[in-house]
Design a protein around this ligand. Structure first.
Ligand code: GLN
Length: 517
């Protein structure tokens, strides 16, 4: 008999097998995760909204269909958590912002429609930096998420919630979004797996936009195979998204099952693996490079000289697009509406100004102001225009690199998880954490982060990033699976087995109060 704790520890692939064999029901699996959520999420705060009744209703329907003998999709009955950036009918969707508090969309994002069609109960919506702006989840309008490895530390961001549900075993799978690293960097900081597909590989219809030329939806899991299975459910052409690629989905699941790098050419990006990395991150990365050679890959150093300018170009382009996308929050059509103080009959402009003042957090305001400045007529050519030229040079660097190698690698993030509060007042320090992830968003190419161990100095997870050419997402999964297979064998089990027991944990912010009483 499988206990409910056991069920929350299983991979999604294993749960799918147990469900298909009739050994467990989706109601048992879903209830186990909801129970785990009740016992630990008060301390982790990875969820913004729970969806217990709807999740259990879907589980019941799937169980019935299975009993009837219906042919069901692979992940039918396996629950999933969704970043609060995706519209869900009848459930709050806030993108982590107070300006959307209580808003319930009248339609589902395409990826949500696909999760529902796949028979996957949606457990709830996960916490995130406001409008996906940030690298720590501390810019959420609803309070930060703790890193399950150490609740006093950040889980990364903006998708810290989607990574933390996996590391705290309150969901077997989660959906994220990645504009400059928001899937991969939280995966690295929590010892989980996260992939940013090729730009246009997964529909963004119904996804709340941050920077439309960079945003990409993607899958998060505790294993490479789980991540590929979720990728496959969500991917594929969507006529409702004009940037959606109308081509066959790369064979990601087969690649994740293969995990064989013999004969592959792997390039170490010189610009992303030199100075500036924490020693423990560097050490695990160097070992991963050696491991890839031992597994039969040919590893060479590759130069992408313009990557040195990627961070500057990214923050200009991202802020410019964000300032334009966020103009829709005008308090007229939906979301928060605040009456200005001391005005008997306020004008529309006064209501918009008061609502934005109250509803947007400091980071959103900072980006709107800087983005508007960069796009203004006097500065457009000097800032936005220049950044777009740099972007082209970066894409060319990648194209030249992929003429020599099949995939490129780097550490996913320069450091392990830092303490809550350490960088929140220092935007530049926060932005520097994205140095390795943002170049691929600028070029539209896919990337994945896979755990490669714990840093010696702090015992916290380190991620390896793998990048591939556009529409070669399957290569990411193949390389990540090879690394995972070898390391899990070395470790004697997955890294996530070593996450501390959280059942006695209390919310970070209230720890002292609870201890005193
Ligand atoms: N941390 C980056 C930023 O703040 C990336 C965010 C993201 O990928 N959504 O913009």
């Amino acid at each position: 008999m499988t206990t409910s704790t056991d069920l929350t520890r299983q991979s999604a692939a294993r749960l799918a097998e147990l469900l298909a064999a009739g050994e467990v029901s989706s109601q048992e699996v879903t209830a186990a995760h909801l129970e785990r959520m009740r016992s630990v999420d008060g301390a982790v705060h990875a969820y913004l909204h729970h969806n217990d009744d709807q999740a259990m209703a879907v589980a019941r329907d799937v169980d019935q269909a299975r009993r009837r003998g219906d042919a069901l999709p692979v992940l039918a009955g396996v629950p999933v958590a969704v970043k609060d950036v995706a519209c869900t009918i009848g459930q709050p969707t806030t993108a982590g912002s107070r300006i959307l508090q209580g808003w319930e969309p009248p339609y589902d994002a395409t990826i949500v429609t696909r999760l529902r069609a796949a028979g996957m109960p949606i457990l709830g919506k996960t916490n995130m930096d406001e409008f996906a702006m940030g690298s720590s989840t501390e810019h959420s309008g609803y309070g930060p998420t703790g890193n399950p490895w150490d609740l006093r530390r950040v889980p990364g961001g903006s998708g810290g919630g989607s990574a933390a549900v996996l590391a705290s075993f309150t969901a077997p799978l989660a959906v994220g979004s990645d504009t400059g690293g928001s899937i991969r960097q939280p995966a690295a900081l929590t010892g989980t797996v996260g992939a940013k597909p090729t730009y246009g590989g997964i529909s963004r219809y119904g996804i709340i936009a941050l920077a439309s030329s960079l945003d990409q939806i993607g899958p998060c899991g505790r294993t490479v195979l789980d991540t590929a299975l979720l990728h496959d459910v969500m991917a594929g052409h969507d006529p409702r998204d004009s940037t959606s690629i109308d081509a066959p989905v790369p064979p990601v699941v087969a690649a994740a099952r293969r995990g064989d790098v013999a004969g592959m050419k792997v390039g170490v990006i010189r610009q992303l693996s030199g100075a500036g990395y924490q020693p423990g991150v560097r050490a695990r990365f160097d070992e991963a490079v050696t491991l890839l050679s031992e597994l039969g890959a040919q590893v060479i150093d590759v130069d992408c000289p313009h990557l040195d300018y990627a961070l500057g170009a990214y923050y200009l382009i991202m802020m410019s697009e964000a300032s334009s996308n966020l103009a829709r929050y005008d308090a007229m059509r939906y979301g928060l509406r605040v009456a200005p103080d001391g005005v008997a009959v306020p004008s529309a402009e006064q209501v918009t100004a008061a609502s934005r003042g109250a509803g947007f957090g400091a980071e959103a305001k900072r980006r709107i102001i800087l983005g508007t400045y960069a796009l203004s007529s006097g500065y457009y050519d000097a800032y936005y225009g220049q950044a777009q030229k740099v972007r082209t040079l970066i894409a060319r660097d990648f194209a030249a690199a992929f003429a020599q190698v099949d995939v490129l690698i780097s550490p996913t993030a320069p450091t392990t998880a830092w303490e809550l509060g350490a960088k929140v007042e220092d935007p530049m320090a926060m932005y520097l954490g994205d140095v390795a992830t943002i170049p691929s968003n600028l070029a539209g190419i896919p990337g994945i982060s896979v755990p490669v161990g714990l840093a010696d100095e702090d015992g916290l997870p380190v991620g390896l990033q793998v990048l591939a050419p556009a529409m070669a997402d399957d290569r990411l999964y193949n390389v990540a699976a090879a690394v995972e297979k070898a390391l899990v064998a070395q470790w004697g089990g997955p890294l996530s087995d070593r996450v501390p027991d959280l059942t006695a944990a209390v919310p970070t912010a209230t720890t002292s109060t609870v201890q005193e009483s």
